[in-house]
Design a protein around this ligand. Structure first.
Ligand code: MLY
Length: 265
């Protein structure tokens, strides 16, 4: 289910290099996904990160879980790696002296939360502790370089993992740009973000890798050497744009850029 996208061919065609695996806060052999649909666990509410809530596994994709907070609607699903530090076995919150909270946008009256919690947990299949994985450590520093290829979560469509290129590097931050798209999906994140993966991750985990977009032509380099030269010229202040088409998506936009970024891609 990888469509017909082949990194091997694509790297050759674009004369580009994958970011080495040690750049990433990901385990070098991806964790096994032993969860089942319907299992319940504790998760941080993504919209209110100080809250620990009950979540149900509503889908499995590679090393990720599609989660829905119990008592929430089906419009706010989120995805977490099985080795995310933001999920834990049921009972962990209480063990640490915390209290399970209703999700932001709890469907019922707040006063019915205690009864709702009781009912939702009664007879539930709780994900066993042994299928949770420890989060891998962060690399000690940012080793990314402009032009390196990777696989990245499209944060506007977080079920998608897509071919991407490092567009800029500034301290601990990197600009993730999506190949073949005009820039509206680009984002800055820390080098140790859990949303970015080495080339080949999806094929190892069985997750779906989207093909590159078709909105922007990917510059083809006739010779591998030309490709290396091309990525070398994409230095901090030089000649070639960091992304095909030249949109860099810097934090803080110039006047007039907003409308372009909002165009539906
Ligand atoms: N706007 C598109 C989805 C685009 C996804 C882009 N990612 C993969 C970079 C649509 O609604 O089809």
């Amino acid at each position: 289910h990888q469509g017909h996208f082949s990194w091997e061919k694509y790297l050759k065609e674009t004369g580009s290099q994958p970011a080495p695996p040690h750049c990433f806060r990901q385990s070098c052999s991806p964790p096994s996904n032993d969860y089942k649909i319907g299992m319940k666990l504790e998760a941080q509410d993504p919209r209110n990160t100080t809250s620990t809530c009950i979540a149900s596994v509503v889908g499995l994709t590679g090393a990720r879980l599609r989660l829905r907070l119990d008592g929430s609607d089906n419009k706010n699903d989120f995805w977490r790696l099985v080795d995310s530090s933001e999920i834990q076995p049921i009972g962990t919150c209480e063990k640490n002296g915390g209290m399970l909270q209703p999700p932001l946008g709890f469907r019922l009256n707040a006063s019915s939360w205690p009864m709702f919690l009781l009912k939702t947990l009664n007879g539930a299949e709780m994900a066993p502790a042994k299928i949770f994985h420890k989060e891998p450590p962060s690399p000690p520093q940012n080793h990314f370089e402009i032009g390196m290829k990777l696989e990245a979560v499209d944060r506007k469509n977080p079920h998608f993992i897509c071919p991407a290129t490092i567009g800029e590097v500034r301290g601990s931050e990197i600009l993730v740009t999506f190949d073949g798209w005009r820039g509206a999906f680009d984002y800055w994140c820390r080098y140790d973000s859990r949303d970015i993966f080495p080339v080949g991750w999806c094929s190892l985990t069985g997750d779906n890798l989207q093909p590159p977009g078709t909105k922007v032509a990917i510059p083809k380099s006739p010779l591998p050497a030309a490709g290396i030269a091309t990525s070398m010229m994409r230095g901090p202040k030089n000649l070639l744009p960091a992304v095909p088409g030249g949109k860099r998506g810097k934090p803080g936009r110039k006047k007039g850029q907003l409308s372009k970024a909002l165009i539906h891609q």
